[in-house]
Design a protein around this ligand. Sequence first.
Ligand code: MN
Length: 290
Amino acid sequence: MPTLKKVAAILNPPAPHMVGDGFRVHNFFPSGHKIKMDPFYLLDYNAKIEFSPTNKLRGVGVHPHRGFETVTIAYHGAVAHHDSAGNSGVIYPGDVQWMTAASGILHKEYHEEEFSKKGGLFQMVQLWVNLPAKDKMSTPKYQALPNEGMSKYNLPNGNGVVEIIAGEYNGTKGSASTFTPIELYNLKLQAGAKVSLNTPANYNTAMIVIEGAIIVNGTEKASVNQMVHFAHEGTDIAIEASENSVVLFLSGEPINEPIAQYGPFLMNKPEELQQAIEDYNTGKFGYLEE
Ligand code: MN
């Protein structure tokens, strides 16, 4: 018998901090709120802010990653990415970039040049998706997921669209390939739209209200910049948009392996972190121009 998935908490965005000079982020987890979201390790949410025009490129310079994937989802503004595996790309509103750091890459993340010159609204999510031990040292890869090619499910009666970044919604498969089962959608809903989702009870599940306001399971209200965190009880989620809304939904099967983390490295054991630091210091992550 399907039952409603219990809401554990409606979480406010923690106080923001700057990542480089280009990203003003609220860390929902693991620092901001101590919630279990395995296989998702970190979620930085750049709530909507206005950047002034500049000739300087704001962002984060060359830095390494190993052992996981970074997924960047754009809502406003534009971000350019370059990495030592030779991949690069710009993401605009509606686009997603799925970078598998795995055995190790260097990359840099900056506001795109034309956006920087004009300035304007900026809103992004960056999610760190952990990899199981057997895949942590696999070859790095890059999936550009532009909005025009994104898997979409149109809701009936013009109620909006579910953009399926990963996983499957109502028989429509998501655009990204993933190492472990993950459901990641953007729900773009008209005021009054009702939509139902279902996800296994044991998955770790949350939603962020990117725009607007929603009612979850008939009673729980969440508004812009809040996160709805679900308990491991029940499978079905009912969402009603109180106004035109955008909701990021994430749900994943836990990997349930030990975690050792240091800065940009996410491994299973402390000695693997030592190895990552040594490999980085001896140039084994490749080269990328500043
Ligand atoms: Mn990075």
